[in-house]
Every structure is written in C-alpha cells, then in structure tokens.
Design a protein around this ligand. Structure first.
Ligand code: B4P
Length: 187
C-alpha cells in the first residue's frame, strides 16, 4: 500500500541518520534530495557541477530542479512507499509535493519535525566534517545553511501544522533515544 512520510529539521538534526532506521522498520524507500544531488556531483553531471557551487555556499538548489528530480524518482516506482528526507525545503516544494502525492495516490501519513538546538547541530556537523570531510560542513557554510533553514524551510512547520499531520520530536541526545521517540510517536 502506498505511504509517505516527511522528515523535517535543521541541517544536522539527524534526518538522514534516523531516516535509514525508520525505512528499515517500515519498508519505505529513503528519498534524500541531498544524497541525490551529491550523487550528481560525484558523477560530474551538468546538474552536479551547478549544484556543488550552490551546496558549498549553503544555499538551496532551485525548486524546479528539485521537483523534477523527485517526480522522476516517483515515476520509476511501482509502489510509492517513501520517506522524504530533506524535501520539501520551501513552500513551492511543499505545494508541488501536495500535487505529486495526489497524482501518485500516495497519502501523507505524517511529518516528523526533529527539534535540535542550533549549537548542537553546529557541533554535530563540525564533527562530521572531521570524519567525512563533506565540503559543505565548514563553519561559514553551516551558519548559512541554518539561516536558509530559518528563512525558507521553517515556515513549512506552520504549513504542516495546518494539516494536523505535524509530529514534533525532541532530536537531542543519543541516536537510539531519538529513534525510540520517533517510533513512539508514529506508532
Ligand atoms: P542534506 O543532504 O539534506 O543535508 P542536511 O540538512 O545537512 O542533513 P543530513 O541529513 O546530512 O544530516 P543529519 O541531520 O542526518 O542537504 C545538503 C544540501 O543539499 C543543502 O544545503 C542544499 O544545498 C541541498 N539540498 C538538499 N535538498 C534540497 C532541497 N529539497 N531543495 C533545495 N536544495 C536542497 O546528520 C548530521 C550529522 O549529525 C551526522 O554526522 C550524524 O552522524 C550526526 N548525528 C545525527 N544524529 C545524532 C545524534 N542523536 N547525536 C549525535 N550526532 C548525531
């Protein structure tokens, strides 16, 4: 049966980390727009070359490109059982997703908002920089990613609150504790 979930939260909130775990449990496919973009960067596609500059600056890739990528991915699926990780990030993306979910007959089961202090997410991302060397995990870019999140993505909290589907989860503390909270709230 078709089912979709959304993970929201600031950069470094644990979306990617928790998405992997939840997808295993609920037999969902993780659809991370960040991973899709990084795959283009690795393969050196035209989109990847453009996206790298934008990502390294901590800005958002254009809505048109992101929505096109998501649509193509949904079209390739026989059954739409998806956890959106890092999408939507703007009101235009959220409105496009509403239409896509109607087109693909895939109801939205819930929107999980991972809440974590800015200081804590900054420390997590700086730690990841040491471990993985991701080029957008430096202090200046992190600051900009947080600013972009507050300006362009945080307004979606109100958007989804209005649908009654928003579930706020404390994302502080150990990965296993956050995982248990998410399981508890989704049932
Ligand atoms: P993303 O790849 O989505 O990156 P992110 O927001 O930083 O989150 P990520 O999933 O990587 O980190 P997580 O919180 O799991 O986006 C990167 C860029 O791509 C964007 O800036 C933008 O340019 C572009 N982009 C992507 N989607 C887009 C869209 N829809 N529209 C436009 N542009 C888009 O974890 C971070 C770290 O914390 C990890 O190292 C993890 O191990 C650690 N961690 C997690 N949980 C923890 C815990 N409980 N305790 C300690 N550490 C923890």
């Amino acid at each position: 049966m078709n089912e979709t979930l959304i993970f929201m939260g600031p950069p470094g909130a644990g979306k990617g980390t928790q998405a992997v775990k939840l997808c295993e449990n609920r037999k969902l496919k993780q659809l991370s727009t960040g991973d899709m973009l990084r795959d283009h960067v690795r393969r050196g596609t035209e989109l990847g070359v453009q996206a790298k500059q934008i990502m390294d600056a901590g800005k958002l890739v254009s809505d048109e490109v992101i929505i096109g990528m998501v649509r193509a991915e949904l079209e390739s699926m026989e059954e739409v059982r998806v956890l959106f990780d890092g999408f939507p990030r703007t009101t235009a993306q959220a409105e496009a997703l509403d239409q896509l979910l109607q087109d693909f007959n895939a109801p939205l089961a819930g929107v999980v908002l991972l809440e974590v202090d800015e200081e804590v997410v900054t420390q997590r991302l700086l730690k990841r920089a040491e471990l993985e060397g991701r080029s957008d995990d430096n202090e200046q870019t992190i600051r900009n990613r947080l600013k972009v999140y507050n300006e362009q993505t945080a307004p979606l909290i109100g958007y989804y609150e209005g649908t009654g589907k928003l579930k706020k989860v404390d994302g502080m503390g150990e990965v296993a504790d956050v995982e248990a909270r998410i399981q508890g709230i989704l049932g």
